[in-house]
Design a protein around this ligand. Structure first.
Ligand SMILES: Nc1ncnc2c1ncn2[C@@H]1O[C@H](COP(=O)(O)OP(=O)(O)O)[C@@H](O)[C@H]1O
Ligand SMILES: [Mg+2]
Length: 382
């Protein structure tokens, strides 16, 4: 076993929590972890990787994976318990394993160790949390659980365009769009199903057959049906905004950055792996709304993101240090919430990326400072 790394001079020890892997020690995005470890070194935090298996077995000490930049090797060694744990468990499937659920539930409540961002969000819960508060309700498209053909018909009668999304979805997987025309009692529906980089389109005149086709796609997964928002366009292509909000060294929510994502020509979502591309939010908003209105909307988006993040944290009852929000702006300049992610993906904009790493370390410093006992529900920061 190698010697303990020196933690002298480092104010905080932070463990990145992920799943074990038989061949490689642990799973997850290693280059992301290495970036955070390097930022920790720069800002006075000792950062290492820990697996759910090792965390479960830990007593006063814990096996962690320490990165050695000189040799570019990871070394598994016995370390003191970290003060702070940042969950980067890669998938919902991992998180739903009974032993992982028990572990997270234990650590989310534990004294002496602060676990932040313990769980993935679920689109239906987000809707309920935000729809029950005056300050956030007006950002939320009308949303229902997709339960029966009867409810589908009732919903599409009042919304000419709707999105069907898996409650536990990610990266555009399983998303469908319905465009409906209802002359008299007849329906003409156009169903677009997001495939790799394009969408598969079918037309339907019969609700029973439409339902069968939808069920073929949803299987047993829980889905929501949501009012479709006609997105503002930049150069003739719909775009939406990906906003990163994080807490700082005082435990307060701040805006880290906003990116614009422009939809691929044949896609019903704006994800880059699905043919979308990155734009600057200022350019997209200004090209869509002109300079004065564009800037005003930009400021409103920043404000909306912070109001929404605080509400989500309060309702979730857990300690959150960051989240990304997918917000749309419609053709009239109104802001809409699509979803929030508690495991934000890496932002490709270099300035946002850099600041995002800094804030994780700063928030970890905040959590590592001794304070009176607190619960997640009251740890809203601001
Ligand atoms: N109600 C909606 N109206 C218009 N576009 C939507 C709507 N819901 C989702 N989208 C589009 O689909 C994308 C993916 O939806 P999102 O809810 O973020 O699911 P995922 O978890 O797959 O990322 C959004 O970024 C947006 O471009
Ligand atoms: Mg999304």
């Amino acid at each position: 076993m190698s010697a303990l790394p020196t933690t002298k001079g480092l104010r905080t020890s932070l463990a990145i929590l992920t799943m074990p892997d038989l061949d490689n020690g642990f799973r997850g995005n290693r280059s992301n972890f290495i970036d955070l470890i390097a930022k920790g070194k720069e800002l006075g935090a000792f950062v290492f990787v820990v697996t759910t298996d090792d965390l479960r077995k830990a007593t006063k000490r814990i096996y962690g994976h320490v990165y050695q930049p000189e040799s570019e090797l990871w070394v598994r060694q016995l370390l003191p318990m970290p003060q702070v744990i940042y969950s980067r468990i890669p998938t919902r499937t991992d998180e739903q394993l009974p032993e992982v659920q028990t572990l997270i539930a234990d650590f989310a409540r534990k004294r002496g160790v602060s676990l932040f961002n313990p769980y993935f969000f679920n689109k239906w819960a987000l809707f309920e949390w935000l729809n029950t508060d005056k300050a956030t309700r007006h950002f939320i498209p009308a949303t229902r659980r997709l339960a029966s053909p009867k409810e589908l018909v009732a919903f599409i009668q009042s919304h000419p365009m709707t999105y069907l999304k898996p409650v536990r979805g990610k990266a555009g997987k399983g998303i469908m769009r319905l465009e409906t025309y209802v002359p008299g009692q007849k329906y003409w529906c156009k169903l677009s199903i997001q495939d790799n980089k394009r969408s598969i389109v079918t037309n339907h005149l019969n609700i029973a057959k439409l339902w069968t086709r939808i069920k073929q796609e949803t299987g047993e997964e829980d889905y929501i049906i949501q009012q479709g928002i006609p997105l503002a366009e930049s150069m003739g292509r719909p775009f939406d905004l990906r906003v990163l909000v994080q807490k700082n060294q005082a435990g307060r929510w701040l805006l880290t950055g906003i990116g614009a994502r422009v939809a691929g020509v044949k896609s019903i979502t704006t994800h880059v792996p699905r043919g979308g591309h990155i734009d600057s939010p200022e350019r997209a908003l200004l090209s869509s709304f002109g300079e004065r209105r564009g800037l005003l909307i930009f400021r409103k988006v920043s404000h909306a993101a912070l109001v929404i993040a605080k509400r989500i944290e309060k309702e979730s009852g857990f300690k959150l240090g960051e989240m990304s929000l997918d917000l749309g702006v419609d053709q009239n300049g109104r802001i809409w919430f699509f979803e929030a992610n508690s495991r934000p993906m890496k932002f490709d904009e270099p300035d946002i990326r850099e600041l995002s790493l800094t804030r994780i370390i700063e928030y970890s410093h905040y959590l590592s400072r001794p304070r009176p006992a607190q619960t997640g529900k009251k740890s809203g920061g601001s």
